[in-house]
Design a protein around this ligand. Sequence first.
Ligand code: SAJ
Length: 419
Amino acid sequence: MSFEIISVIGMGYIGLPTAAMFAARKIKVIGVDINQHVVDIINRGDIHIVEPDLDMIVHAAVTEGYLRAVVIPEPADAFLIAVPTPFKSSDDESRKPDLSYVMGAVESIAPVLKKGNLVVLESTSPVGATEDVARLLADLRPDLTFPQDFGSDADVNIAHCPERVLPGQVVRELVENDRVIGGISPKCSSRAIDLYQTFVKGECVVTDARTAEMAKLTENACRDVQIAFANELSVICDTLNINVWELISLANRHPRINILQPGPGVGGHCIAVDPWFIVSRSPNESKLIKAARKINDDKPQWVVDKVNAKIKDYLITHPELTPQEVLVACYGLAFKPNIDDLRESPSMKIAIAVTALNKGKTVCIEPNISLEKNLDGIVLGRAHDLARAHIHLLLVDHQEFRKMEKPSGVIIDLRGVWA
Ligand code: SAJ
């Protein structure tokens, strides 16, 4: 059965680009979002997120009538669920996945579900979530049959196909990346492949739903552990007076070594979150994954302590200055280079803490954020405001900082740009 109308639930960083990809292949797409404001923006042909090239694709899709957004789901041939899956609490021991958005989306599509439909869970999910979705749909629609009971003969097919795209490169990676397809039955997988092959040029690799869930979590946990290794090395090297950037570039000359880069910590809404979905399901077995989370989460405080120590040293070597006269400059607030995304940004946390602890003035420069923006007491400035700073704290390796000359004064370089 072909897919004439596709509905994407959740018009965020993944749902909107995915909807736009189908619409660009001239398939009718209904985008669903609980936020009326987001729906209005999309229906005007605009976008509410920053992602290169997406604005043109969405504008064309809406103008040509292939994409429209609504608040309440309507009947369709396939439903893709792309809503957030945060964790419930920041308490170290109980970071349980919060599936309320996923289950809310499932409840919202249940009334319009019909025989022949395909439901795909794209949201990053703990192992077993796709089976939970299938059970909830079966409870809500006893008039239909589902693959957990009827296998490939079921009325409705269900699969987990996790998104794996990198923010900033979503339009290219949606098309080029391989796709993991985890159907609850073989028919669920083959229908999901038909759906994605509309625009995916990468290989669609079939597995079961639980392995697909774990594959996505594994990818992000693997990156988190590798970044933790780099962050731990940077702290060790600091105590041994070794340049960690030089060290890593030397070690990486070995043909089987590829160490990632240390930084101020791990930010964003994926890598700092997803490993907890493994830890919360298998707490006794996830020792390394949990330790890596702690190393990465502790790095911002290590940076703040470093700045504090440098301010004290500076006052000792410059007795003519009072504590109120020391100017600290923070370079970059986003969670990674060349984007404006501040979500879970370790650099933001550091800038807020340094602003609070420094008795003098702290100025931050973030080339991707408007100077008018109000950011939790942070003072935003321009590059030339920072020339007279005594302590220069480089937090994000934005291209603007890579191009500028190394400033004079005390340098604390978390990204190896001026080191
Ligand atoms: N980081 C380092 N050192 C490095 C690499 C990254 O400190 O060597 C930091 C970044 O500065 C940032 C954080 O890690 O704070 C995460 O950035 P990222 O570029 O590694 O990843 P995300 O969060 O933008 O996207 C990840 C990707 N996952 C993997 O690369 C395994 C992406 O493919 C996923 O689709 C995305 O998570 C997601 O949605 O889950």
